[in-house]
Every structure is written in C-alpha cells, then in structure tokens.
Design a protein. Structure first.
Length: 82
C-alpha cells in the first residue's frame, strides 16, 4: 500500500517539473502591424526593395522588410539571425 502512494507522489512531482513556463511575446503588436503593412504593399505590387528598387514578389522578403523597419523605429523585435 505504501509503495502505491509513493509512486503517485513521485509521478506528481515529475509532472510539475516538466511543465513549460509561458514566455513573453517575442514581437510587439506594432512590429506585427509593420509587417502587415508591407505584406499588403507587396500584394498590391507597390513594395520595392532597397537600393535596386526592384519589385518585391517573395512574402519572406516582405516580412524581412517589415521587421527591419520595425527595428529601425525602435519596436520590440528580436535581433536578426546571424
């Protein structure tokens, strides 16, 4: 009888340790709006890339432009991957 109780207690302890903590937001809502604006411009065909001025057609590139602008504006955005 005592071994079953001990097994239940150890099982409860194990589940408490493995529970994940909730993390804070990585991107601010303002950064999301910046990306949303750039995606809309890309879909309309108005988004141009930096120095070359070519039209942006890749959604990943539009997201990168939006995040870059958010960083320059001082919004909460993680540093780019290196």
């Amino acid at each position: 009888m005592a071994t079953k109780k001990a097994a239940k207690k150890s099982a409860k302890k194990a589940t408490k340790k493995t529970a994940k903590k909730t993390s804070t937001r990585k991107y601010s809502p303002a950064a999301g709006k910046s990306v949303e604006r750039e995606m809309k411009a890309m879909k309309q065909g108005k988004l141009k890339s930096g120095r070359s001025g070519k039209k942006v057609t890749n959604p990943k590139q539009a997201i990168a432009i939006g995040l870059s602008e958010a960083r320059k504006a001082g919004k909460k955005v993680p540093a780019p991957k290196k």
